[in-house]
Design a protein around this ligand. Structure first.
Ligand code: GDP
Ligand code: IMO
Ligand code: MG
Length: 458
């Protein structure tokens, strides 16, 4: 069985030919479709693992948003790789990895990541990596500013966001305020770039007087990075256009972060600064919505969250601790313990409203193996009444009462299961309930870290 690529979906058959209009219109045969993998909770659902599985057959694997705030773990042949900016498909020596215009790139971080993975055995990445010339650059000072902003939030409001301090918010702010610098600026006239860089530094120093930047030293390093990067840089839009309209190709988009961290739809302000939902695939790569095919949502069999913010099904008790330790719930990027709780189907359904998932990958079922009973959040109540929507206001979200369904635990080791029938009936019931409640088929069930620990249902 193919790893979830459907041949039918793979080529776009939507072909409006202008029939019945009385005049001939140009034919749009649509081209190839991309398969998008997105986080359906607060991140760390196992997107890297799902992408790795699909990437074994992919021609191109793209990142479209976020930066090195993402941490995606892939385990192949007992070796564990962590990816932050590199698409997880970089392991596949037959596929191209593309970092799209919607991503914000910290160049020292990118090369460090490449070198670290090279030591683990990753070979030839420089020939397989393509970087969009429209991607914005995260400078070292953006990362310092990220830290300063967190300190300021703590002082002003008594709490911060708990960012990864990778400079993501400040870099996207520079982009939105139209003072950001892109890869194409770095590779253009360096004198021009230097002037713009200095202006940007001055702007930030005006806002944060304590910010110290060794401008000449930074420019020297950036010039070196520019030359290392140059062979990999392309016009991302044209590259994708050719990929979509050339010979049939399997193109995968790897979402970073997740729906509930989305700048528009997440638990604002405790979110990241990009669109981690399906629209981000189009804007972050420059591809038409018509070319979006399957959209796979990834959700854990329970819920985790890193950083601050409302988390209605959080378990600040022995269950939460058990999920944290059994699930090794420690952030890949920051090393922070992840907060843990029961599966919250209200948020997964909300993620589905926005993304229109065609199927779900449910990971980490094996972590629940030892529990006597398992709860699933199915609705939120306010003042005793069920609410049909997901609250925008965080004060309201903090107040919701979660309605749970309770399931008996299966108390059986599922880690060796490789097909549906290998799973205990109680685990099958749990999965079927989730599928019916969200209204989206579950295509994969994860029972372990490595590539083969993924049960494919259809
Ligand atoms: P991502 O950010 O969505 O790619 O997820 P992370 O890599 O940050 O976190 C997911 C963690 O769970 C990683 O350590 C994975 O190796 C691990 N993982 C993924 N799927 C499974 C699974 O089905 N079972 C178990 N036990 N671990 C899993
Ligand atoms: P992956 O791709 C989990 C969280 C941070 C913080 C908030 C804002 O591995 O699923 P930022 O540095 O982006 O400004 O931080 O968002 N966050 C993530 N949490 N997984 C991620 O990515 C995350 N990316 C950002 O913890 O609460
Ligand atoms: Mg992660």
């Amino acid at each position: 069985m193919s790893h979830g690529w459907s041949a039918k979906e793979h080529k776009n058959s939507n072909a409006p030919a202008g029939q019945g209009t009385g005049h001939k219109r140009a034919r749009n045969d649509g081209g190839n479709k991309v398969t998008v993998v997105l986080g359906a909770q607060w991140g760390d659902e196992g997107k890297g693992k799902v992408v790795d599985l699909l990437a074994t057959e992919a021609d191109i694997v793209c990142r479209c948003q976020g930066g090195n705030n993402a941490g995606h773990t892939v385990v192949v042949d007992g070796k564990e790789y962590d990816f932050h900016l590199l698409p997880s498909g970089i392991i596949n020596t037959k596929s191209i990895s593309l970092i799209g215009n919607g991503v914000v790139i910290h160049l020292p971080g990118l090369f460090e990541e490449c070198e670290k993975n090279e030591k683990k055995g990753l070979k030839g990445w420089e020939k397989r990596l393509i970087v969009s010339d429209r991607a914005h650059i995260v400078f070292d000072f953006h990362q310092v500013v990220d830290g300063l902003q967190e300190t300021e939030r703590q002082a002003q409001e008594g709490k911060n966001i708990g960012t990864t301090k990778k400079g993501i918010g400040p870099a996207y702010s520079s982009k939105a305020s139209r003072t950001g610098l892109r890869v194409c600026d770095l590779l253009g006239d360096f004198k021009d770039f230097s002037t713009k860089f200095k202006n940007l530094v001055h702007q930030y120093q005006a806002m944060y007087p304590s910010l110290e930047v060794e401008v000449e030293d930074q420019l020297k390093k950036l010039k070196e990075y520019a030359e290392r990067l140059r062979p990999m840089v392309r016009d991302g839009v044209y590259y994708m256009y050719e990929a979509l309209h050339g010979s049939p190709k399997k193109i995968l988009v790897e979402g970073a972060n997740a729906a509930l961290l989305d700048i528009d739809f997440g638990t604002y302000p405790f979110v990241t600064s990009s669109n981690c939902t399906v629209g981000g695939a189009c804007t972050g790569l420059g591809i038409p919505p018509l070319n979006v095919g399957d959209v796979f949502g990834v959700a854990k069999a329970y819920t985790t969250r890193v950083g601050i913010g409302a988390f209605p099904t959080e378990q600040l008790n022995a269950t939460g601790e058990l999920l944290q330790t059994r699930g090794h719930e420690v952030g890949v990027t920051t090393g922070r313990k992840r907060r843990c709780g029961w599966l919250d189907l209200v948020i997964v359904r909300y993620a589905h409203m926005i993304n229109g998932f065609t199927a779900i990958a449910m990971t980490k079922l094996d972590i629940l193996d030892v529990l006597d009973e398992i709860k699933v959040g199915v609705a939120y109540k306010l003042n005793g009444k069920r609410i049909p929507h997901f609250p925008a206001n965080m004060d309201v979200l903090q107040k919701v009462e979660v309605e749970y369904e309770t399931f008996p635990g299966w108390k059986t080791d599922t880690s060796a299961a490789r097909k549906w029938n290998d799973l205990p009936a109680k685990a099958q019931n749990y999965i079927r309930f989730i599928e019916n409640h969200i209204g989206v088929p579950i295509k994969w069930v994860g029972v372990g870290k490595s590539r083969e620990c993924m049960i494919q249902m259809f």
